[in-house]
Design a protein around this ligand. Structure first.
Ligand SMILES: [Zn+2]
Length: 178
């Protein structure tokens, strides 16, 4: 199944390969990834949001660093790119969510599926050519809390790599994207 245009993906160095080759330099790098306040490891989340202005759609991408500190985060990068980035990442996530439901009784196949999801997302993220290694991807969600449409934004993690199991699934607010 072709989910997105292969030609828009620019081959770049695999940002994730460093995790497999732990050497002295990498260990130094890992130390720097700790928050100076809580001493917990920090994670970089890519938040992807579709915006529209005068019939013109675009994807707003923001990379934030989060840690164990409650409600604290650091803005690292913000980019505005074509709307297909948002639509593609949503269809990849939808496809794997659907497959996951079908395979809920088959743990071995689920594990393979998860690896495929990892592979597809990481490959897709390469087109951002970000200097940061992204540990998780999240989308904004508007949750209505009353009948008149009043609600609150939350940030929902749709993918995280296996080293980022400490990341929460859901964050309150929109990380100032709204
Ligand atoms: Zn912290």
């Amino acid at each position: 199944m072709e989910l997105y245009d292969e030609s828009i993906i620019n081959p770049t160095r695999d940002e994730f390969s460093y995790l497999w080759g732990l050497n002295k330099k990498t260990i130094e790098l890992q130390k720097q990834l700790k928050c100076s306040a809580c001493r917990e490891r920090t994670f970089k989340i890519l938040i992807v949001h579709l915006k529209a202005e005068d019939d013109h759609e675009y994807t707003e991408c923001k990379i934030v660093s989060v840690c164990g500190c409650e409600d604290k985060y650091e803005d690292l990068d913000r980019e505005y790119i074509n709307p297909s980035f948002y639509h593609s990442i949503v269809s990849i996530a939808d496809y794997y969510n659907e497959q996951t439901e079908h395979l809920s009784d088959f743990p071995e196949q689920l594990a393979i599926l998860e690896e495929e999801y990892d592979y597809d997302i990481k490959k897709f993220l390469q087109q951002l050519q970000s200097q940061f290694s992204i540990h998780a991807v999240a989308l904004l969600e508007y949750n209505s809390i009353s009948m008149d449409g009043e609600g609150e934004w939350s940030t929902e993690v749709i993918w995280k790599d296996r080293f980022a199991f400490g990341i929460k699934k859901s964050f309150e607010g929109s990380f100032d994207l709204i």
